[in-house]
Design a protein around this ligand. Structure first.
Ligand code: NAI
Length: 496
């Protein structure tokens, strides 16, 4: 059991190289005196937990420890490929509402990259939304040939991550935050992400804001990474850009990561379990160490974090490195690298600015009390919505004009008319091009015949229409169409 005077933190060493790099990081922490303030409590999760038949990979004991401490320091964990096993890393972030993923990408001395050779310093943060987007993992097979993944973006989810980004920027002295998105194509989902970015930015007038389309961002990052200070992105795009950014500073071995929520914060290396080198004692512990330093700053041990950070920089400056890094000197093993850092505690780097060693080394962290029920987050509480139609998705191989004739006959006499057929999002009726190839899944859009009926129908007429269509066709999906404060809550088809 943890002692009363020390801050308890859940610890999961992880799989593959996890135990080796965790041992190395704890050795540095021990040498720096950090363990005088902290008590790590084992939280069993990962491959061994999966193997015991627990399909989440996280033991009940681990859940209890993480909930109680509100802090988890973890090594990488493997996800069973195929089958139903979900990624533990994603499960943890989602279960504990660790909504913001913060990663710092910075050139390090002794780590040769294209940019270090060109004298271009890289130093920026990525804030990735951690819970929503396609990471909901809501996927279905709709017809023989078509599968879907639902991409959910919520206004409260956007607000949380944007607020975190601006608050973190203010704390770190960053004066420019960039939102990256694909709102030119996904006007509703990425559009909301961008709109809420601008909304939250209004509370931080001293921070300059920019936005950039994700594809342009990728090119800009490769050409001019020094143009960015902090980038905030939706989940999937953030995932991809994070790895791209890791490549700019020398690879995954150098990229730390923190997953921050209101109740629980998870600190972990960006890379995976590296099965190809696991057990050989050659892995680079830097990513996990840097993640541990974010954790130390998070709980108030900023002084110790700076001392260790400077010792790491001095070690790299000395040319000491693990096998994944190119260097003039021969590589050292994981523990030897950790011992070199420990022996450099108190030293300052000379080729790059040292971390300012403050005076503060008191733990300032109290876990928020356990929520008593699920917390509902809401942003738009007074919006008025009205049903104005329905999109019905049918599994069919009928040509569009034939399908349209049958659907028109079905909705005759009701409040809705057929206004559109689209296939894979492209309009194929009432107009379209026979060059558009189609698959066995077609969307039929029904809208009110009489716009004056808006707000006067409940949802039952749309459900009745669904019933009638289902009598004749295989219904693959159903989506009521609504207006919100008079504006359509749905996108147009391509070509409409
Ligand atoms: P990986 O990151 O484990 O390995 C990719 C390459 O980078 C390998 O060649 C590996 O040797 C090297 N590498 C990674 N970390 C290193 C380090 N610290 N020092 C030296 N070399 C290092 O990615 P991979 O192979 O795609 O995934 C392996 C497993 O890890 C999978 O089961 C995956 O699901 C899991 N994973 C877990 C993550 C986490 O726990 N946060 C993140 C990413 C993957």
């Amino acid at each position: 059991m943890p002692s009363a005077s020390k801050l308890p933190i859940a610890l999961a060493a992880g799989d593959g190289i996890g135990p080796e790099i965790m041992e190395a990081v704890l050795a540095v922490f021990r040498a720096a005196g950090v363990l005088d303030h902290l008590e790590f409590v084992e939280a069993p999760m990962g491959e061994r937990t999966f193997a015991s038949g627990n399909t989440s990979g996280i033991s009940d004991e681990a859940m209890e420890v993480v909930e109680r401490t509100g802090l988890l320091f973890k090594g990488p964990m493997g996800t069973p490929v195929g089958g139903g096993g979900k990624s533990i890393n994603v499960t943890l972030r989602k279960t504990f509402s660790a909504f913001a993923n913060l990663r710092h990408f910075q050139s390090l001395p002794g780590v040769e990259t294209v940019f270090s050779k060109a004298g271009v310093p890289v130093d920026f943060y990525v804030v990735r939304e951690n819970i929503e987007d396609t990471y909901g993992g809501i996927e279905h097979r709709l017809t023989n040939d078509v599968v879907e993944c639902k991409r959910l973006i919520s206004a409260p989810g956007c607000d949380q991550v944007h607020r975190f980004a601006f608050e973190t920027a203010a704390r770190l002295g960053i004066d420019r935050v960039t939102c990256s998105h694909k709102a030119n194509i996904m006007k509703m989902t990425d559009g909301l992400f961008l709109e809420r970015f601008r909304h939250v930015a209004a509370d931080h007038p001293s921070i300059e804001i920019h936005d950039v389309i994700i594809d342009a961002l990728c090119m800009n990052l490769v050409l001019r990474p020094d143009a960015y200070q902090m980038i905030v992105l939706p989940n999937l795009q953030g995932d991809i850009v994070s790895d791209l950014a890791a490549g700019l500073v020398g690879g995954l071995g150098f990229a730390p990561s923190a997953n921050i929520g209101d109740s629980v914060a998870i600190f972990e290396a960006v890379h995976g379990t590296a099965p190809d080198i696991a057990g050989k004692g050659v892995a680079n512990p830097t990513s996990l160490l840097l993640s541990g330093l974010i954790m130390l700053r998070h709980i108030g041990l900023a002084k110790q974090a700076a001392i260790i950070n400077n010792a790491l920089l001095a070690t790299l400056e000395d040319g000491i490195h693990t096998g994944d890094v190119k260097g003039d000197k021969p590589p050292v093993e994981t523990m030897a690298f950790a011992e070199a850092i420990a022996s450099n505690l108190g030293r300052m780097p000379t080729s790059c600015p040292p971390r300012v060693v403050g005076t503060h080394d008191t733990v300032e962290h109290t876990s928020p009390p356990r929520p008593t029920s699920y917390r509902l987050r809401r942003t738009f509480e007074t919006t008025v919505s009205h049903l104005c139609g329905a999109d019905l998705y049918v599994g069919t191989t009928l040509p569009p004009f034939e399908l349209a004739a049958k659907l028109q006959a079905i909705c005759e006499g009701g409040p809705f008319k057929l206004t559109l057929l689209s296939n894979r999002g492209t309009q194929v009726w009432p107009s379209g091009s026979v060059y558009t190839e189609v698959v066995d899944y077609c969307r039929a859009r029904f809208e009110l015949k009489d716009p004056a009926m808006l707000g006067r129908l409940g949802q039952m007429p749309a459900v009745k229409l669904l019933e009638k269509v289902a009598e004749k066709f295989e219904v693959a999906d159903f989506q009521p169409l609504k207006t919100f404060d008079g504006k359509p809550g749905f996108s147009l088809a391509q070509g409409q």
